[in-house]
Design a binder for this molecule. Structure first.
Ligand code: SAM
Length: 257
């Protein structure tokens, strides 16, 4: 997709920001603004909006990953470190964990929470962009991204970057909202998304717009089959997915061989 420049400087790629079409270069800043705004209430809102079901989905991610003690792991778009903490708990803290996110406010909240919980394991908190990861080729044994790739301006580029930093034999798992196939459930989910989530965003976070962005970004994200295809294009092998809660979310797994 492209958009002509009114100043005659050629055309710029466009992308989606919720229901809006915006210049590609604008998206990272807009997304960062959303997460800077919600950082302090992010974890609470996840619990409220999903009735704590996101915890089960995240546990399903850790189950499927089956993290290895002593491995070097990248949790990308790791935000407040929720996934990283779950993985560390599973391996008794014996892992070289790197949390990378491009919103400083989310990382700060993560550091604060880890300190409050007395987390002893060494965690590296890195401010960096999924589309240009600040890590060497083949430097991680495993990688995860949860509810992050949907927010990245060019998800395909992020998949290529994740593949690049994984070692041969490395495993990647993505947790993301996906597509509900059952028409009755899909209709109920639409009502919840259009009417309940923005209202909760208003009441709990006093920020309905950010939560409207959330709903639109979920709708625009590729379905299970399309995302599998994107993973294969990035180079992943043995690509597979598992639906969670009838497809409200899905886990996608791939290996680098
Ligand atoms: C919905 S939160 C998910 C946080 C965490 N993974 C979780 O599941 O609780 C999405 C995160 O993606 C991050 N993000 C979005 N685009 C990014 C990008 N291009 N590079 C790095 N992080 C990004 C945001 O800053 C935000 O913290």
């Amino acid at each position: 997709m492209s958009m002509s420049d009114p100043n005659g400087h050629g055309s710029e790629k466009t992308t989606h920001f919720g229901a809006e079409t915006i210049a590609f270069s604008e998206k990272p800043g807009r997304v960062r603004d959303v997460f800077e705004k919600v950082a302090a209430r992010y974890d609470l809102m996840n619990d409220v909006m999903s009735a704590r079901v996101h915890r089960l989905w995240k546990d399903a991610l850790v189950d499927w990953l089956a993290p290895r003690r002593g491995a070097r792991h990248l949790d990308l778009a790791g935000g407040t470190g929720d996934i990283a903490m779950r993985i560390l708990r599973r391996v008794g803290g014996d892992m070289n964990m790197v949390v990378c996110d491009f919103t400083e406010g989310m990382l700060r909240e993560g550091v604060r929470r880890a300190e409050k919980r007395g987390v002893q394991a060494p965690v590296q908190w890195v401010c960096g962009d999924a589309m240009a990861l600040p890590f060497a080729d083949q430097s991680f044994d495993s990688a995860t991204i949860a509810f992050g790739i949907r927010n990245v301006a060019d998800p395909q580029k992020a998949l290529h970057e994740i593949f690049r930093v994984l070692k041969t034999g490395g495993r990647f798992i993505c947790l993301e909202f996906s597509r509900v196939r059952n028409p009755l459930l899909a209709a109920a989910y639409d009502v919840y998304s259009d009417h309940v989530i923005p209202r909760m965003g208003q009441v709990v976070a006093n920020d309905p717009d950010s939560y409207r962005y959330l709903v639109e970004s979920i709708r625009r994200f590729p379905d299970q089959e399309k995302f599998e295809q994107m993973m294969r294009i990035a180079g992943f092998n043995r690509v597979a997915h598992r639906n969670l809660s009838a497809g409200v979310a899905a886990l996608h797994s791939g290996w680098r061989f």
